[in-house]
Design a protein around this ligand. Sequence first.
Ligand SMILES: [Zn+2]
Length: 183
Amino acid sequence: MEYRPELIGGHLALDLVNTVAWRLDVRRRIDRIADPVGLRRWLTATGLDPAGEDPGDLRRTLVRCRETAYAVLRPLTAGDEPRAADLAVLREVAEDAVRNATLVSARPLTWRAGTVAGQVRLAVWRFFEDEDLHRLRQCADNDCGWLFLDRSKNGSRRWCSSADCGNRARARRHYQRHSGAPA
Ligand SMILES: [Zn+2]
């Protein structure tokens, strides 16, 4: 089926993480930006214009940023601390981001990058500085693995998309109730 990016993360860094579908199920896991068409679709959906950038280099940068972000964020969703090795890679992403960006304002500190690779590095690094990570959640589906910021008033959002993972869970509960299987 054709890849149609769903930007439900609430931040570019999370929408990047969510370019992997079924992350927690190794048999079904799909990297949506592994091929040039998927990569182009995601960039278009996010409004990023990679004019003149080498798609292979760009993809490698995006995957590095994505896997670094996920490795650090996943433990946070469970109330755990990230591994030192993963924080070390995040530091490298931040260093690359600064090295390739221009400081355009001091108050507040504002960086600008001239390439998509640079913009994504900045977005991933700054995500950890700017966002209230108490709102960070992982979809409650066992296999999905998507991350999002829960901006609901009472902090009750459980699913990446209730039309998708939420509905599957409801259907499963319904089936279990009516088949006598243990919930
Ligand atoms: Zn989900």
